[in-house]
Ligand binder design. Sequence first.
Ligand SMILES: [Zn+2]
Ligand SMILES: [Zn+2]
Length: 407
Amino acid sequence: MSNETINPEDYSQLESQVLETIDRLRPELIEVSRTIHANPETAYKEYQASALLASKLEENGYQVQRKAADIDTAFVAYAGDKPGPTIAILAEYDALPVIGHACGHNLMATAALGAGLALGGIVGKLPGRVAVFGTPAEEGGGGKVVMVQRGAFKGVDAAMIFHPSTTNMVHGGSLASTRVNIIFHGRASHGAAAPHKGINALDGIIQTYNAANAMRQQLRDDARVMGVITNGGQAANIIPDYASAQFSIRAADRQYADEVLERFRKCAEGAALATGATLEFNVIEPSRYDNVVTNSVMGKVFTEKLAQLGLEVATGDREGTGSTDMGNVSQALPSIHPYLAIAPVGVSAHTIEFREAAGSDVGQEAMLNAAKAMALTTLDLLVKPGLLDQAKQEFADLTAKGVVKGM
Ligand SMILES: [Zn+2]
Ligand SMILES: [Zn+2]
């Protein structure tokens, strides 16, 4: 059915129905966004946010599976029962510890809900299915990494999500990353009376840190090595028998990110050799976020929709970028992860200023625009002949070249 040409009048009717629904739902969506913003829940504990989204979708005709992929705060929701492709719109809703919704995931949650509700109203006239996926724990917990691994995206043809930012940008990209916990075990002793009997675990951490600092000079510009000491000992007069740190190792692609990870492992092993402390090097598997590969066919459609909504879209590269578990989705199926501005250029995510922006009127406007652009992009992928096939062909070509992994 998706290869039949749709009558232009029918198309413009569907399009205006989508836009009208989101305009009509405006007060309700803003309330949902502000409710999530005011009740920040951290990774894998987003019980209220996921329940709120799932119930709103269910009330509006979606078939909802809660605890999807065996994750308490994940869900998958489907609407539509005609043969054809499945397009997924993704929601994030986790907050950061202490600082709250300083990444604006309340807006991502509500934009996906708005797009889902708008499409739910017309899905009976469309081929295929619309899906809204609730994906928890983006801030380090890797909800999407686990959902991809557990097969939640099987049968999904394309996926999209929006992220708040300081510019409107469709081809943002992200870094492949891995988090590592390192622990050194030493031997406690009195720091003054018997220092020669101790093995200083903290020295293991400090030497790893310094070795990583030296290594950084010999890395590619896109590589990032950062870390914090999570346990540096108990008292100044006790030689620490235990010390720990967490590091995040990143680069523009998985291969180089893993190369840097192995070099970082050598830094820690060298520190163990130098200090005599025993090293535990623990890679946190769900934290292995792949780099986002934007599907250019879908990206072009989304860009057109933003222009249609009167938004200017920046071209070129983003100035600095983080990492997201959407990378793993984009490596498994055609995907986009566009950004919409909610704060002035120069305001960084994960700050109080960005949190305020995520609750502001400007933030809510961006959320509503994102809902509209995602709904319209999904509509096109379902009804415009050959469009999804082009997106899938590009993905197949990138898989053959090893740029993405494939499902
Ligand atoms: Zn974040
Ligand atoms: Zn984020």
